[in-house]
Design a protein around this ligand. Structure first.
Ligand code: PAF
Length: 267
């Protein structure tokens, strides 16, 4: 891949979409944008063990290489980078990328080590694929913010582009983890986005954040979801709510499924 990347870079711009496979409409929007803005598109598929904690869904994470391959082919992806674990981590990794100020907030509070795994693998993938631009979805908002910070702090010469969350017709954010939901859970899941929209309306209408969070919790809990967090944070620092450029971020559990979503606030 590094040799291919070197030769592609002599001919034009490389747009990169890193994924863990189980490709869906969200990934497709990233691929389309990468197509538009670059001469070559590289997609990687790698279920990264380093970003899964003990008891998380590494083993049952959907692996659907054949379908993913066909999809990439039909979308004009030029190269699919599909390493196995031994190839990407031939020896026990001694070097990690960490971001102490952001890795333990929001999703990082419960998912210890998750963002260390994400940043480390993304840094490796950037050095392998050597892209000019890389594309990430805003559903994983914290991930996108941390990658932008990593690229800035470590001087990766790569443009990081983030694109809006793609949703099902009923508002549920598209995610490969939606496939874990039992039919009855799937039916209830649109409450997450409905609640986010309600929260946005209330905050923008001047209501107090703690009142809004409380109201949102009640709406979601009524449907049987367990709330991991609902927080209103600054879009760049992911810390305390400011009037301008904040977002409401939510993580909930339904049975064994963990779903996240967010909505930006006007400001
Ligand atoms: O968002 C994902 O699919 C993963 O976290 C990423 C960025 C491909 C790193 O493994």
């Amino acid at each position: 891949m590094q040799e291919i990347a070197d030769s592609l870079r002599k001919k034009g711009l490389i747009g990169f979409v890193p994924t863990m496979g189980a490709l869906h409409k969200g990934h497709l929007s990233l691929i389309e944008k990468a197509r538009e803005e670059n001469d070559f598109v590289v997609v990687s598929i790698f279920v990264n063990p380093l970003q899964f904690g003990r008891g998380e869904d590494y083993d049952r994470y959907q692996r659907s290489y054949k379908d993913d391959y066909a999809l990439c082919k039909s979308c004009g992806v030029d190269y699919l980078f599909y390493p196995d674990v031994e190839r990407l981590y031939p020896k026990k990794t001694k070097t990690f990328v960490r971001m102490p100020s952001l890795e333990n907030v929001l999703c990082g509070k419960k998912r210890k080590g998750h963002f260390r795994g994400v940043l480390t693998v993304v840094a490796k993938l950037f050095n392998i694929v050597k892209p000019h631009n890389a594309y990430f979805g805003e559903k994983d908002f914290q991930q996108a913010v941390m990658i932008k910070n990593m690229v800035y702090d470590l001087n990766f010469d790569i443009g990081i582009k983030t694109l809006p969350t793609i949703r099902e017709k009923d508002g549920l954010a598209i995610s490969s983890r939606n496939s874990y939901l039992a039919p009855i859970e799937r039916k209830k899941a649109p409450i997450i986005y409905r609640t986010l929209k309600e929260g946005k309306k209330l905050i923008e209408g001047g209501k107090d954040p703690s009142y809004v969070i409380d109201k949102m919790k009640k709406m979601i809990e009524k449907k049987g979801f367990l709330i991991e967090y609902i927080e209103i944070v600054d879009q760049e620092t992911l810390k305390k709510f400011k009037k301008e450029k904040s977002l409401i971020a939510v993580s909930v559990h339904m049975g064994k499924t963990r779903l996240i979503d967010n909505i930006k606030l006007m400001g």
